[in-house]
Design a protein around this ligand. Structure first.
Ligand SMILES: Nc1ncnc2c1ncn2[C@@H]1O[C@H](COP(=O)(O)OP(=O)(O)OP(=O)(O)O)[C@@H](O)[C@H]1O
Length: 305
């Protein structure tokens, strides 16, 4: 069942469309990623889901509710990561957790949450004295303390060191294992690949692709790169005619082909047929990074960020 539904969402600022007809549906219990270049419209999209922005057109539903008209109800079931400016500088970590827990009738015990996020030694520290990474972890704790049915995390691990990032990923996996649906905006491909069941790639306010991480990688032109130095020359015509081959390059006696798994098998068969040995044979799979660059149009979005 879809727990978040976004259909033909549109939002402009000063006449400039920044979300331009985006549609997707998030199923209950999945980790759904939103990926895109700077300024692509990701935050605007999730803020419409949270009811923080009013769409110009289109339909947004969260558990069947309208995030603007039914804002109070949506706030009860949806936990959102805060922006830094939204906390009082003098509030301690403990006070912030207690305060946010008090907003919810069925709040989680914030102590294990603080422990899990490495905040236990910082409970008496004022918000103003926290490092960027500590603030980030506090925002994640505050998003989760109300035991939400859905949690929206925008730039979940930005500013965290690699250990804290990995701990946070484990926490998010645990949260999902408890049945919570996670909507995750991220710039980190490793994070998206590791955590997300499906990813919507947004570019210039439009949906460029929606697929599983593996599906997005498969769409990448030349998803697999095969390179080797043949013991004897191979006919270029034979190479270019291999199944699913996207490109063939010769450099310094070395051949580099891009294609798919099917191409790898065909290269091996071709080599065997011609009794040619492949020296230093390397096969490298495309990553989500490659798929992202293929799917998003150059750096144009960045210029407007
Ligand atoms: N309140 C606003 N008024 C005018 N323009 C805005 C406003 N909020 C966002 N924008 C612009 O809308 C565009 C999309 O912004 P948005 O924050 O949704 O993108 P994003 O994909 O989340 O980007 P990033 O990855 O950099 O956070 C950007 O060009 C941004 O400058």
């Amino acid at each position: 069942m879809s727990v978040i539904e976004v259909r033909e969402l549109r939002k402009s600022y000063g006449g400039r469309p920044v979300v331009d007809g985006v549609s997707f549906a998030v199923e209950e219990g999945e980790i759904f990623g939103i990926l895109g270049p700077n300024g692509a419209g990701k935050t605007t999209t999730v803020e419409c889901v949270e009811g923080l922005r009013v769409p110009d057109a289109g339909r947004v539903r969260v558990a069947g509710l309208d995030p603007v008209d039914d804002h109070d109800e949506v706030t009860r079931i949806l936990g959102a990561q805060l922006q830094q400016s939204e906390l009082q500088p003098k509030l301690t970590v403990r006070e912030a957790l207690q305060l946010y827990a008090s907003f919810h009738p069925d709040a989680a015990d914030w102590r294990p949450l603080a422990e899990r996020l490495g905040l236990a030694p910082k409970l008496s520290t004022r918000f103003a004295k926290l490092s960027g990474g500590q603030r980030q972890r506090l925002f994640i704790a505050l998003a989760l303390v109300g035991r939400p049915r859905i949690v929206v995390l925008d730039e979940l691990t930005t500013g965290l060191d690699p250990r804290a990032r990995r701990d946070t990923w484990e926490l998010i996996e645990d949260v999902r294992a408890g049945g919570v649906t996670v909507l995750l905006v991220t710039h980190f491909m490793e994070e998206a690949q590791r955590l997300c069941d499906r990813i919507a790639v947004i570019d210039k306010g439009r949906l460029a692709a929606l697929d599983t991480p593996a599906g997005l990688i498969r769409r990448s032109a030349g998803a697999t790169v095969i390179s080797f130095t043949p013991s004897a020359p191979l006919d270029d015509h034979d190479l270019a005619g291999l199944p699913a081959v996207a490109s063939v390059e010769h450099r310094d006696g070395r051949i580099t082909l891009s294609g798919t798994d099917e191409t790898v098998n065909a290269v091996i068969t071709l080599l065997a047929r011609h009794r040619v040995t492949a020296h230093q044979l390397r096969v490298v799979d495309a990553t989500l990074d490659d798929a992202f660059l293929d799917l998003t149009d150059d750096r144009a979005g960045e210029a407007t960020a």
